[in-house]
Design a protein. Structure first.
Length: 246
């Protein structure tokens, strides 16, 4: 009697594929949970000769997340009269994607000309806010990010094996495409550690070119960013310490 070998092999192959997919899903879930864990990162900033410090943190509040960035001028730059710049994004996770709810940026001095506020109303599909000293309203699209969350969303996608993120980013007075273009990897020295990084050019269709360096693993921490204009470096932001590298 000839045994039904073919059906047996088909079932075995299906079981192996299912197991492989399950393992891949579990690995991706673990990696994503690492990226979304609370953290605090400290950066040194040089903007056209002005020095500053920047602290970025993530915390969980109920079902939502709060992503904060505080930038303070240092040295003689503090005498300019500009206070710290506070940037805050409250967001939720929706089907594995960051969905901004409220984004604000300002110096806390009621100088509304520089302030930005964006309320994301996903039920109506509209944003309402304030930027460039006037009220602003734009239609929302699925996957849209704000100027703070796009970086975290990219890290989340890196943890899932994606290497070419592409987002619509709501900047308050306009919405722009941010396309990540991977370049040659580099090794950077951060706080006495050699960190292998992935380098990306962020194509925003702007004359101000933006470059990011992310740690290769496990948190895909933002290590360095640089802005260039007409071939000259206008700003650099370099990681000095992060709980993600401890």
């Amino acid at each position: 009697m000839i045994r039904p070998v073919l059906p047996h092999l088909v079932h075995k192959l299906a079981a192996l594929i299912t197991a492989a997919l399950l393992a891949l899903f579990c690995t991706s879930t673990v990696a994503s949970s690492i990226v979304m864990a609370p953290f605090q990162s400290h950066y040194s900033v040089d903007y056209s000769g002005f020095r500053a410090s920047r602290v970025v943190s993530l915390e969980r509040t109920g079902s939502d997340y709060i992503l904060r960035s505080t930038t303070k001028l240092k040295g003689f730059a503090r005498l300019s009269g500009f206070g710290p710049v506070y940037e805050v994004s409250r967001f939720e996770m929706h089907d594995g994607v960051i969905r901004p709810l409220l984004y604000t940026v300002g110096d806390g001095q009621n100088k509304h000309k520089r302030d930005i506020r964006i309320e994301f109303d996903w039920k109506t599909g509209l944003s309402r806010g304030f930027a460039k000293n006037k009220e602003q309203t734009f239609p929302l699209e699925s996957g849209m990010q704000d100027p703070l969350t796009f970086e975290l969303m990219a890290r989340l996608e890196f943890s899932r094996g994606q290497r070419a993120p592409h987002y619509l980013v709501h900047e308050g007075h306009r919405i722009r495409d941010y396309v990540f273009v991977e370049q040659e990897p580099e090794t950077l020295e951060i706080a006495g550690q050699s960190v292998a990084t992935m380098r990306f050019f962020i194509d925003r269709s702007s004359s101000r070119e933006l470059y990011y360096w992310f740690a290769s693993k496990p948190h895909f921490t933002s290590i360095q960013l640089r802005q260039e204009h007409n071939g000259k470096v206008k700003a650099t932001v370099i990681l000095s310490h992060s709980t993600m590298l401890e």
